[in-house]
Design a binder for this molecule. Structure first.
Ligand code: NOJ
Ligand code: CA
Length: 534
């Protein structure tokens, strides 16, 4: 038996702007990514997901796209992109791109044309333009990033819809040009060799045709999630993903296997989420539960059971996530530099033992905390501005990475470069990658060890996970002859009776300390598991 690569792969999320800057302008770029691919191959991941690097006015750092088939000059050009893909493939790494179908940028030629046109002109029908109610917007929908979901066209009675920032007008998916354009966009990048797509706000695209307020028009702003039932998850969206699945299936590599769709589907109950990963739709959808639950065994177990059940029900693969560019970094969520760092290591040890795919957010392998004290004048996330500073936004998890202890911006840029686009705090020096490479007790080395073992022991495969008896606050399960135990409680707990093969941190007693975990090999023999397909 072989399993398709995406079912068990570990994919590293590259937030391009903050990963590595090759030309010294203080902004991460594609050449910077290519230069660091050996680091990622050495880390032991199977591929990368690149956040949007298309031409963009950067109202939402690239999730506002002006041209879907080019590269923003700040990040390089199409030649740089081709070189990145070629080098990644040479190193055995897959490359996923971010596709953003719900909205584009106000500088996209379609929107420029629509704004210049008169009300009623067909150019406006590719978006949602509507007359306001006097000085009020057409309905009471609120934007996920704060404020009304409508912006008035100056000097007119018309408004346009944007579920995110005013720089990101929502596309009208009932207009035939829109699906046609996105099908071409997918083909453009598939022809350039990408291995798949992460689909942004995948539960979006269609709105209820009447744009009615419904019971909860302000739900998105309140929850900062896709919660307004008339703005999201309309039944028509599934036809789009069936079409996209047919396209990527048509492009399956003869040598490298499937090209895949992974959905960012948020704000939905599990039953609705399942619809998106039916056999003829997306291959997988992120499981975001672990972003939201505390470091607690019972919560973890429920989240894992939900993820496994979803995969079993749909035939999809569980797709575990502990961090991303939209969420406070895991170390900080779990209690900060010392306590949170220990817990985050134990949490990744747990993730690495699970069947399915794992997504790693850049910098989590360095144990980076959130930069909470980033001075307000540097905050660039539109959420900060649009909520009047009530929400700090996502800059703190997007700080340019530290690669070295010295030099300009800790090696993020070459020496003598401009300041990085977001300032790094001085304490970033303690997290830089070079020293961690050389330190066997570092978080980076733990990630590397876990990923090597996960691959060698074929833990990503869809083989059974069996929960074992456990005291409160302890999570223990077996995968074949491997036992994983994580202690989330306040007291040490007895270690399983086997050989410890990896621990989230060193300990000396026979007991597993709080906020720690390990993998043990039990002595009974088991048949060889199926081979992973590379
Ligand atoms: C989800 C992305 O992850 C986030 O960064 C972005 O702001 C929104 N979608 C809008 O595209
Ligand atoms: Ca640069």
């Amino acid at each position: 038996m072989t399993e398709a690569w995406w079912r068990h792969s570990v994919i590293y999320q590259v937030y391009v702007r903050s990963f590595a800057d090759s030309n010294g302008d203080g902004i991460g770029d594609l050449k910077g990514v290519t230069g660091r691919l050996p680091y990622l191959a050495d880390l032991g991941v199977d591929g990368i997901w690149l956040t949007p690097c298309y031409p963009s006015p950067q109202y939402d750092h690239g999730y506002d796209i002006e041209n879907h088939t080019d590269i923003d000059p700040a990040y390089g050009d199409l030649d740089d992109f081709d070189q990145l893909v070629a080098e990644a493939h040479r190193l055995g790494l897959r490359v996923l791109l971010d596709v953003v179908p719900n909205h584009c940028a106000i500088t996209h030629p379609w929107f420029v044309e629509a704004l210049a046109a008169e009300p009623g002109n067909p150019a406006r029908e590719r978006f949602h333009f509507a007359d306001g109610d006097g000085d009020a917007p057409p309905n009471g929908w609120r934007s996920m990033f704060g404020g009304p979901a409508w912006t008035r066209v100056p000097g007119t009675s018309q408004w346009y819809l944007h579920l995110f920032t005013p720089g990101q007008p929502d596309c009208n998916w009932r207009h035939p040009d829109v699906p046609e354009m996105f099908a071409k966009v997918l083909r453009f990048w598939l022809d350039r060799g990408v291995d798949g797509f992460r689909i942004d706000a995948a539960q979006g695209l269609f709105k209820h045709p009447e744009l009615a307020d419904g019971d909860e028009p302000g739900a998105d702003e309140l929850t900062r999630d896709a919660a307004n039932p008339n703005a999201w998850n309309q039944p028509e969206v599934h036809e789009v993903y069936r079409g996209w699945r047919a396209i990527v299936d048509e492009y399956a590599h003869s040598d490298l296997g499937d090209r895949v769709l992974v959905g960012e589907v948020t704000g939905l109950a599990q039953a609705h989420l399942a619809d998106y990963v039916r056999a003829d739709e997306m291959h997988q959808a992120f499981l975001f539960d672990l972003l939201h639950v505390p470091f607690e065994a019972g919560e973890y177990r429920r989240a894992i059971d939900r993820g496994l059940a979803l995969a079993a029900q749909t035939g999809s693969a569980p797709t575990w996530v502990l961090g991303n560019h939209d969420t406070t970094r895991v170390v900080t969520r779990y209690g900060g530099a010392s306590l949170g760092a220990e817990r985050a290591r134990a949490a990744f040890l747990l993730l690495a033992a699970l069947p399915g795919a794992v997504y790693v957010y850049q910098g989590d392998e360095l144990g980076l905390p959130e930069y909470i004290d980033l001075p307000d004048e540097h905050r660039a996330d539109p959420i900060f501005r649009r909520t009047g500073g009530r929400q700090l936004g996502r800059d703190g998890c997007r700080i340019p990475l530290p690669w070295t202890s010295e030099g300009t911006s800790y090696g993020f840029s070459p020496d003598g470069a401009q300041a990085p686009w977001l300032p790094q705090p001085p304490w970033f020096a303690a997290y830089e990658a070079d020293s961690q490479q050389a330190d066997s007790a570092s978080t980076l080395r733990l990630y590397r060890d876990l990923l090597r073992l996960r691959r060698d022991l074929e833990l990503g495969l869809d083989t059974p996970l069996t929960w074992l008896d456990q005291p409160p606050h302890v999570l223990t399960f077996a995968r074949g002859d491997l036992v994983c135990l994580v202690n989330t409680g306040p007291d040490p707990v007895p270690a399983p009776d086997g050989d410890l093969i990896v621990a989230s941190r060193p300990w000396t007693s026979a007991a597993v300390p709080p906020n720690s975990g390990g993998w043990w090999r039990m002595t009974r023999s088991r048949p060889r598991p199926a081979r992973l397909r590379r």
